[in-house]
Design a protein around this ligand. Sequence first.
Ligand code: BES
Ligand code: MN
Ligand code: ZN
Length: 494
Amino acid sequence: MKIAFAEPSMPKTGAAVVGVFEGRKLSPSAERLDKETGGAIGRAIEASRFQGKKDEVLALLAPPNLPLSRIVLAGLGKAEGVDARRVQDIGGTLVSHLNGAGEKEAAVLLDDLDGLEPGEAAVNLGYGALLRSYRFDKYKTKEKPEKKPSLARFTVMSQGAAAAKRLWPKLEATAEAIKFTRDLVSEPANVIYPETLAEQARTLEGYGVKVEILDERKMKRLGMNALLGVGQGSAHPPRLVVMEWKGSERGKPIAFVGKGVTFDTGGISIKPSEGMWDMKWDMAGAGVVIGLMRALAARKAKVHAVGVVGLVENMPSGAAQRPGDIVTSMSGQTIEVLNTDAEGRLVLADALWYCQDRFKPRFMIDLATLTGAIIVALGHEHAGLFANNDELADRIVAAGRSVGELCWRLPLSEAYDREIDSDAADVKNISGGRAASSITAAQFLQRFVNDVPWAHIDIAGTAWSKKDSPTVPKGATAFGVRLLDRLVAEHYEG
Ligand code: BES
Ligand code: MN
Ligand code: ZN
């Protein structure tokens, strides 16, 4: 689908979209079109339940005196306090509706909105539209044309067209990076495994990112036995990918670390077969870090940022790690692996330690589909947030709110930390009970951050969605790319 921006005019083909505020208050464009159609819009609203609330849509066939296919009324919500996110949602909802209706082309007549520059409003409408138009359909070889999305062109007509054309490339680059993450996360585990995911990360070189891929031999030399132990049962060897974007020369870098378990069977502590297919997206944390690095580089963010992703496949086999095995991590701490299904923290233990050891970053934020327990606690509405630094935590929560990727902070403390003391080694990888197991997982990670300001985002409940939302079609959400891109833009550029 192509997004375009144009000065206001009367569309000549396809659907013309006009806005209606809550309380059935027509926008100026809707007024004009209503006059031109002899009051057809007012009558259609009168005969319906349409109120003009956000995400409401009402379509009417275009009257015969116009060359259009249809007129679509988009609910804008309350006239006051319109923000970028609301406009994105409206764009997304429109795309979903127009595709459902079989429309090929649409032009939105966007009037000035209260509280948003015309150019900003136009690009955000396009951004929401583009984000919602994502579909992972490359393996559908027999799909009937009438099932495929039909919308080929989405034009935003407004006074802000010139400004929109200037602002668009950066937002489009971000949307493309989000799409890249969604693709990586959606791919099945026979296609995406450590070597192929590392090769995908390598494509970031095209955006000016320095990409380094550490193989098993290098990791062994560095002493990354926690990460290597997880991968030792798999036919696919592990990788560690280090990405560096130097958009600024000033100060210490900021760092992002991702869990990249390309498939999590649980290992010898094997998972039940029902639902195991979901574990193809147990590399979502890594997918988000790779997409984020691409977004930062593609929009030339003025920041020095590092991304580190630990890539392994967790399989049971004759070579696999056993429950009770003790491994020595890169930090020197020994870990008793009581459950091979608590593997993400083992991967992150070495990735986090390596990251702070090599880059001495200003902060580290890790993303991981770490625990099923975070879904029990927060469902799919918030990701779990843990941090050893209040300022960093507050900034993440605020950035999440502004882009609609919500985080809820949970506690860390010494009492929880004691739960992972091991009888046989320095630390064990499960607490034993089911109590607070997202927190004890985070406590485990904290033992490997060496007092660097750090935050951990548990995205097990938010990385994949079973239902559509205005700008996120069901499937891989790329939760975290928008949040962290905003965090960087707001606090760490320049
Ligand atoms: N990858 C899983 C967590 C997960 C569960 C992600 C559901 C997405 C959806 C993780 O590796 C895992 O298996 N965690 C265990 C930890 C337990 C053994 C302490 C869990 O949550 O059950
Ligand atoms: Mn697991
Ligand atoms: Zn896992």
